[in-house]
Design a protein around this ligand. Sequence first.
Ligand code: HSE
Length: 387
Amino acid sequence: MKVGLFGFGVVGKGIYDIIDTKKTLNLKKIEVKKALVSSIKGRTLNILTINPQEIIQDEEIDTVVEVMGGIYPAYNYIIDSLKAGKNVVTANKAVVAENFEEFIEVAKKNKVKFYYEPSVCGGVPIIEGLKKVKKVDEVSEIGGIFNGTTNFILDKMTKYSAEFKEALEEAQEKGYAEADPSADIDGIDILRKIIISSSIAFDFLVPKEEVKVFGIRNILKIDIDYFKKQDRVIKLMAIGKKENDNYICCVEPVAFDFNKIEATVPTNFNIAFLKGETIGELKFFGQGAGKYPTGNAGVQDLIEILEEKEYDYPNFNKKLTKDSSLIKGKYYIRTVKKFNLEQLNFIEKEEKINDYNIYITQEITNDKMHDIVKLMDDKNIFFLRID
Ligand code: HSE
């Protein structure tokens, strides 16, 4: 197998290094022939090129790996490679979440394969796990802690009483955060991952506009401490659920009892869960980012292609309708605003901490919670669901 890499940053180098170890029989069969970089000034490795066409038009290269991130030009390199009859592996959740159906169609038309395991939770084999479970079961739930940066921040705030800003800076220093951390803290990175994984789980292309997202940008130590006193730990969750022809996906903070597995996920680790009819609940724990874990997932995909396993093209032929009642619970709301009397009908408990009003709602849906956020019009509002 001759491989071309689009991108030779952290993950690209991870893939190159793993292949270069030649430690297994499979690795001995893979050669990285070229790698696209933005500049070769001062670099000596002879596979580097600044011309993408040297990869796309190289007939010897049968498979490419896109690890450059962003939508453009990654989108063009993926489409052009598929059209040139090359298999594609990508770690780029942004481009997959936006163009999933088109990539699958073009791959099908050109009789090549499209793999994307490293795009969802790096080294955690959730896509492969899903494919396996789906051979036997219908999947009714998928989700988990899909972002290492926010988990690192929440863990740091919980265990070391750190402030949000200090914890975010440390996550950035450690290289966990995206270049623009908004994608992490506002839940956009997780949104992309839950769109990809739920679409596979439910055979239905989840429309981005139907997924409500609330991140942890506004979280304060007050919120962490409030739940610490109740032996609860706050985590940012991706959730996908399906019941008959209905589904829901959302991204929201959740306060878990400290005995729950989710509550124990430390530092920048991820946990991905899925539920199948006969397998029950499965949880995969591991590194959702980083040079070698994500590189490993990319190499695993290369090996799947190399072994010429039968490739099931994902199909998105189910017609599902969003049903907001599939995610319900009591919500915690912290705001400087006050509900008026007639709005208070869904509030179970009210208290005051410093300048903030804390409300605990009765059981309401995630959609209703978002309506409340609009109503309150407080840009620093924070909410979470109490599990
Ligand atoms: N910034 C992401 C994370 C990287 O923290 O999980 C992997 O998508």
